[in-house]
Design a protein around this ligand. Structure first.
Ligand code: UDP
Ligand code: MG
Length: 343
């Protein structure tokens, strides 16, 4: 009987939950409580990997205190703030499990959805992504820009990037390996998740407002995120410059023809200074725009060509290579300053 149970435990599949955290002291205890309640109900042996993305508040201390009371808590501690995309990658690099769930710490993605994600994974899907049906607590402007962005990138890119999905999803082991094998610096994760292929399926859910703390995304960051997505997944803007150039050259040629004919028929009283200026400025603007677009791609090539590691861990230089996982470690014991927040 005893052996049977041991045997069962050995055969049980493993689940890792990867949580990138950056200054999340206000929500972490509540997040962990909800997460563990969900994990307890699953027939999987699980652990939670917190990736501390260079937090400057008590986040690390809270993770340590959480680990005191929960053997499932693991830590990947980055040497500074690298941004969510890289933090996520670091977590995936260190997740050695049959299935990996990626989730935000701010409780905008409900942990209660995980059993449903797991059920689809058991049905044989490699990527089970959560698709939001509503975005409570987000402004109309943010909703509109998000809507437009997904439609735009959907039109321009050759891989189908699912609309209205965040990073909240479950990945099978081979999907994790596939994503980790792509070591580019500019990591538009939604795109990478889609790019690997494999059977993928969506699960709808309601996106809640942030539980506590503030979002780290302002419009400037969102704009740059959108640029990142577009430039890493399509070269359509580069081609657009060609066609805009061609169209304006044709336009200019037609206009030139019209002026020649008009001069032949009606003589030339030398007007046209305003139209000349307009044309010069318009073309100058187009040229700068074209150079700017080339610059966006060139800058990314420059960054990629350095071939730097994606991140460093706080202790030790080591970066998991993406070919074979590194291992997340148990956090050090907590000093007790944050113990109150956790209990
Ligand atoms: N995050 C991170 N590094 C950063 C910014 C954010 O690890 O530089 C984490 C953050 O702690 C949270 C998740 O990424 O768990 C999503 O962040 P946020 O809620 O600010 O983004 P939003 O939900 O507004 O897209
Ligand atoms: Mg959030």
């Amino acid at each position: 009987m005893q052996l049977n149970e041991l045997e069962q435990a050995r055969l049980r599949k493993t689940l890792a939950v990867v949580v990138p955290v950056f200054n999340e002291q206000a929500v972490l205890p509540a997040f962990h409580a909800r997460m563990t309640a969900v994990l307890d109900g699953l027939d999987l042996s699980s652990h939670v990997i917190y990736v501390n993305d260079g937090s400057t508040d008590d986040t690390l201390e809270i993770i340590r205190c959480l680990a005191e009371g929960d053997a499932r808590v693991m830590l990947v501690d980055l040497s500074r703030n690298f941004g969510k995309e890289i933090a996520l990658t670091a977590g995936l690099d260190h997740a050695d499990a049959d299935a990996v769930v990626v989730i935000d710490a701010d409780l905008q993605d409900p942990p209660e959805l995980i059993p449903e994600l797991v059920a689809h994974w058991r049905d044989g899907y490699d990527v089970v992504y959560a698709r939001r049906t509503s975005r409570d607590g987000e402004s109309a402007a943010k909703r509109l820009t998000a809507f437009l962005f997904y439609r735009l990138i959907g039109k321009m890119s050759r891989v189908r990037i699912p609309e209205d999905t965040g990073d909240f999803r479950l990945l099978s082991r081979r999907a994790v390996r596939a994503v980790c094998s792509m070591r580019e610096q500019h990591r538009f994760m939604k795109g990478l998740f889609a790019w690997i292929g494999y059977p993928q399926v969506a699960v709808p859910y309601r996106r809640a407002p942030r539980h506590a703390g503030a979002t780290k995304w302002n419009y400037w960051r969102l704009w740059n995120f959108a640029l990142e997505g577009i430039t890493s997944f399509t070269s359509v803007p580069l081609k657009a410059a060609t066609y805009v150039g061609l169209a304006s050259a044709l336009g200019a040629f037609g206009y030139g023809l019209y002026i020649v004919l008009r001069t032949l028929m009606f003589g030339n009283p030398v007007p046209g200074y305003p139209s000349l200026l307009t044309a010069v400025m318009f073309l100058g603007g187009l040229q700068l725009l074209g150079i700017g677009i080339i610059g966006e791609y060139l800058a990314r090539m420059f960054n990629e060509s350095k071939r730097r590691p994606l991140y460093f861990l706080k202790d030790g230089l080591h970066e998991a290579s993406g070919f074979g996982p590194g291992t997340a470690v148990r956090p050090e014991p907590c000093a007790g300053t944050a113990a109150k927040a956790v209990s």
